[in-house]
Design a protein around this ligand. Structure first.
Ligand SMILES: [Zn+2]
Length: 185
């Protein structure tokens, strides 16, 4: 359990115009990119409030016990613990997509308010587990107010703060909605 441990420790070295950083549950510290230095296409149209982090050269480092930086240049503290909790339940997971820069989201015709742009979403697969298994585990571990997109072999999970569901393969949305209705009454 992480209760009492600040998940999202922000600090400022006291100098004006920079020096802010975020400390992760692994104790990894990543610098926050200064607003003025945010590259074109890395803005956050979802206004998540999650800062852009400088992850250059740090992709293999851990932000939690079993979660690495990968491409999470923006990540919500709730998503950090959510992914770790899912991993603790299901075993090793693969993050197929995490943070998506605005520009990249446009290039792949992503949803205009995709939670990936705010660092609130991860597309998760786990060997031998169905997308429905992963989505159910996400509801169990990350709470009822999440977004879940269910495919046969993977699930999109986001910590948007309200429940939303959709399917990538036919029939799965009604299955996850039924589960949600039972667990979250
Ligand atoms: Zn997704």
């Amino acid at each position: 359990m992480l209760s009492g441990v600040p998940l999202w420790g922000s600090s400022n070295d006291g100098s004006s115009g920079g020096g802010d950083s975020v400390t992760f549950p692994s104790d990894l510290v990543l610098p926050i990119v200064d607003k003025a230095d945010i590259p074109d296409g890395y803005d956050d149209p979802t206004r998540s409030g999650n800062p852009l982090l400088d992850v250059r050269g740090k992709h293999a480092e851990h932000i939690h016990t079993n979660v690495t930086v990968q491409e999470f240049a923006r990540i919500d503290p709730k998503l950090v613990s959510c992914v770790q909790d899912i991993r603790n339940t299901l075993g090793p997971v693969t993050i197929n997509s995490g943070y998506r820069p605005h520009l990249y989201n446009n290039e792949i015709d992503g949803a205009s308010q995709s939670q990936h742009m705010g660092g609130r979403a991860a597309d998760i697969a786990s060997s031998g587990k169905s997308g429905l298994d992963i989505a159910k585990t996400a509801i169990d571990k990350c709470g009822c107010n999440i977004g879940v997109g269910v495919g046969k072999s993977y699930a999109h999970v986001d910590v948007r703060g309200t429940y939303a569901s959709w399917e990538y393969d036919p029939g799965l949305e009604s299955d996850i909605n039924e589960y949600h209705a039972n667990v979250c009454k």
